[in-house]
Ligand binder design. Structure first.
Ligand SMILES: Cc1cc2nc3c(=O)[nH]c(=O)nc-3n(C[C@H](O)[C@H](O)[C@H](O)COP(=O)(O)O)c2cc1C
Length: 245
């Protein structure tokens, strides 16, 4: 297997970091590697906030549901979908700009995720660990206020970066035949394959917790879909100018 694919397959989220700081030069390399990701129509619809202020990191850790590694990692980033810069540029160039289209939200969110994942891979290639933080969307308005995010910019997720102080196992993924469909969408095998994957995940959780966590993939999904997940997001996005027209 080539070393890049090997690196990708060895990913696992890191939630405990040593006190070692990422050198500034390396940090900048990671961000620039992020910028090399493909971007829809070259829009580059993202801004990354490097949250340095320790008090703000503590506040965001609390707002994200008490995720202490936000304050403890070497660096904490908030990846923002940004339609402000590009729509303003188009406006200055003479376009009659229409803002708030649903498609703009998709473009900006996708661009942001691709950019972030490039940062993640670059970081892992340097022996660093990372954890994405979707928890910032628990309180997106408060996080936006701390970061002074203007209209047409919204915080998609955070990312903790640092040197790992733990070595968790790689978490299994669904069988490739479940997610790779040939020619058209087929789901006849999904139920059986998910049942098989539940067994795999049950084994993973039991082993990882010394028998303490007797659960599986489907069980873990329940809280996501049995109650409304972050129901404030629609109003928040509309407030930020992503009106989804
Ligand atoms: C967009 C996104 C948001 C996430 N948010 C959180 C989070 O708030 N807290 C956390 O501990 N992990 C978070 N994760 C990490 C996932 O839980 C993790 O990637 C998943 O369980 C698979 O595990 P692995 O990364 O170790 O392979 C997030 C991952 C993604 C992609």
């Amino acid at each position: 297997m080539n070393p890049t694919i090997k690196l990708l397959n060895s990913h696992r989220s890191i939630r405990k970091f040593t006190e070692q700081k990422i050198p500034r030069e390396l940090f900048e390399e990671l961000i620039c590697a992020g910028q090399s990701a493909a971007t829809s129509n070259h829009v580059q619809a993202y801004s990354v906030i490097h949250v340095i202020n320790p008090e703000n990191r503590m506040k965001i850790a609390e707002l994200a549901g008490g995720q202490t590694y936000i304050a403890e990692s070497s660096d904490f980033l908030v990846f923002c979908a940004d339609m402000k810069r590009s729509t303003e540029a188009a406006g200055r160039a003479g376009a009659e700009v229409v803002r708030g289209m649903a498609e703009q939200l998709v473009v900006a969110s996708v661009d942001t995720a691709l950019m972030a994942q490039n940062v993640a891979i670059a970081a892992e290639s340097e022996g660093l660990g990372l954890c994405y933080i979707g928890g910032i969307r628990n309180n997106p308005a408060e996080v936006s206020e701390i970061l002074h995010l203007p209209e047409h910019v919204y915080p998609v997720f955070g990312m903790c970066l640092g040197y790992p102080d733990q070595n968790p196992e790689v978490k299994p993924r669904l069988p490739v035949e479940t997610i790779l469909k040939e020619d058209y969408y087929q789901d006849e095998q999904d139920e059986a394959q998910v049942a098989g994957f539940d067994k795999t995940m049950n084994k993973y959780y039991l082993e990882r917790t010394g028998g303490g966590k007797d659960t599986n993939w489907s069980e873990q999904l329940k809280p996501l879909f049995t109650s409304k997940l972050r129901p404030h997001m629609k109003a928040f996005l509309q407030e930020k100018g992503f009106k989804m027209q």
